[in-house]
Design a protein around this ligand. Structure first.
Ligand code: NAP
Length: 410
């Protein structure tokens, strides 16, 4: 069925703003492996939250989209052109995990989607939900939103195998022309980082902080060693903020010298930390951090480390956002051994759905989803992954957990 045949209206994106009608068409990619199980529970929860929050005035018109193994069987392509064209029209989509096709061609469907739509910001909010088993004494102290650059740095995929003609030729160039010490026979990778790519990521982190009443944006980098890439990321961030947010940004020094450590209303602190120190800080003084803006690799490690700190690796939500297209996704993989067993935790996709509702401006529904998930966890009837670590926890299926979340909205 084409989009045109489905009731509902398109979300539009004009002058940097999304306009969401009351019956928006939203893309839904169920994904591979456990994807269909968690998508079905997620859809039930999101539909219930929207119906309850807006008393039936609003409803999402889901547009199922083919990708992954099912799409390959049907069309011979893991990521059919029709799916890409439809996402382009719909602007907002939610997706379950996709398996990485074997046999070459596409490196990863997720990476392909990010590159195709230039989804430059990977956004991962990390906070604690009471009752989730975790390794920390005060897990509730951590409440951060990580903005990770998605298109540059080591993610750009510019690397050549040891001994390949390309690596030998590039190695010779580096030795001969740039006097770089590169051993013959080395594998080589390139880490490109541009002012444009860095600034747009940091800009969206600052804008998010301003829009959501957050108080600090911390740029996390390894600029003490990699001065022209990681160090420049941070400097470009300060330059951009000075040019574009001069009335809203204060420095860390000013926070203490002028404002006695209390960030004034309507302003945010922009500061930076060296990546390795940041890992310590987030363990020892997590409550001091808020929104983080990172190049790709730092953000990769930090977002999983933070999620583990609150015990939420299995329920961590995420989104990949570009200029006018946003895809919300479960952050775990397809867990193929559990495919079709109605067993796994749908929490990651459900919380990604909550992010999506907030992103659409449907915050009342988003808040309902989050509160109901919290209540369901406290009820201790949870999926196997939580039940096995929870004292007095009772295991329920994926779909039953979804139903318990819906029941908690009443
Ligand atoms: P995985 O699918 O994330 O599964 C690893 C383990 O994590 C599972 O065996 C399970 O642990 C636990 N787990 C994952 N999702 C869970 C859930 N919803 N509820 C409860 N437990 C959950 O990682 P993988 O086995 O390395 O990857 C499998 C495939 O997924 C690969 O093809 C990979 O490329 C793909 N992948 C896709 C994405 C994506 O689409 N965003 C991300 C990562 C990987 P236990 O065994 O302890 O129960």
């Amino acid at each position: 069925m084409t989009v045109e045949n489905i009731q509902g209206e398109y979300i539009t994106f004009t002058d940097g703003k999304y306009e969401v009608p009351d019956h928006p068409l939203v893309g839904a990619l169920a994904g591979d492996g456990i994807g269909p199980d968690i998508w079905s529970a997620t859809r039930m929860v999101l539909d219930a939250a929207v119906a309850k929050a807006y008393a039936g005035q609003r409803k999402i018109c889901w547009q199922p989209l083919a990708a992954g193994e099912a799409a390959f069987k049907e069309t011979g392509s893991y990521l059919p052109e029709a799916t890409l064209e439809t996402i382009e029209k719909l602007k907002i989509a939610i997706k379950g995990p996709l398996s990485t096709p074997t046999g070459g061609g596409i490196r990863s469907l997720n990476v392909a989607l990010r590159h195709h739509f230039d989804l430059f910001a990977c956004i991962r909010p990390v906070r604690y939900y009471q009752g989730v088993p975790n390794p920390m004494k005060r897990p509730g102290d951590l409440d951060v939103v990580i903005f990770r650059e998605n298109t540059e740095d080591v993610y750009a995929g510019l690397e050549w195998a040891a001994g390949s003609d390309e690596a030998e030729e590039l190695g010779a160039y580096l030795r001969d022309k740039l006097q770089a010490k590169v051993r013959p026979g080395s594998a080589l990778g390139i880490k490109p980082m541009s002012p444009e790519g860095s600034k747009r990521l940091i800009r969206s982190a600052i804008q998010y902080a301003l829009d959501n009443g957050r108080k600090m944006v911390t740029m996390v980098h390894k600029g003490n060693i990699m001065k022209f890439t990681e160090g420049a990321f941070c400097q470009w961030g300060y330059d951009m903020a000075k040019a574009e947010f001069s009335n809203q940004i204060i420095s860390e020094a000013d926070l203490w010298d002028k404002y006695q450590g209390e960030c004034p209303a309507g302003k945010i602190v922009l500061n930076d930390r060296i990546a390795d120190a940041m890992f310590q800080q987030l363990l020892l003084r997590p409550s001091e951090y808020d929104v983080l803006a990172t190049p790709n690799l730092n953000g990769d490690y930090l977002s999983d480390a933070c999620a583990a700190q609150v015990g939420g690796l299995g329920i961590a939500p995420g989104a990949n956002v570009g200029n006018g297209i946003a895809i919300f996704e479960a952050t775990h993989g397809t867990a193929p051994k559990y495919a079709g067993l109605d067993k796994v935790n749908p929490g990651s996709l459900i919380l990604s759905g909550k992010m999506m509702l907030d992103f659409m401006g449907w915050n009342e529904a988003g808040t309902l989803v989050e509160k109901a998930l919290q209540a369901a966890i406290l009820g201790r009837k949870v999926t196997y992954d939580l039940a096995r670590q929870m004292e007095g926890g009772e295991e329920v299926s994926c779909s039953s957990f979804g139903k318990l979340i819906v029941a908690a909205m009443e």
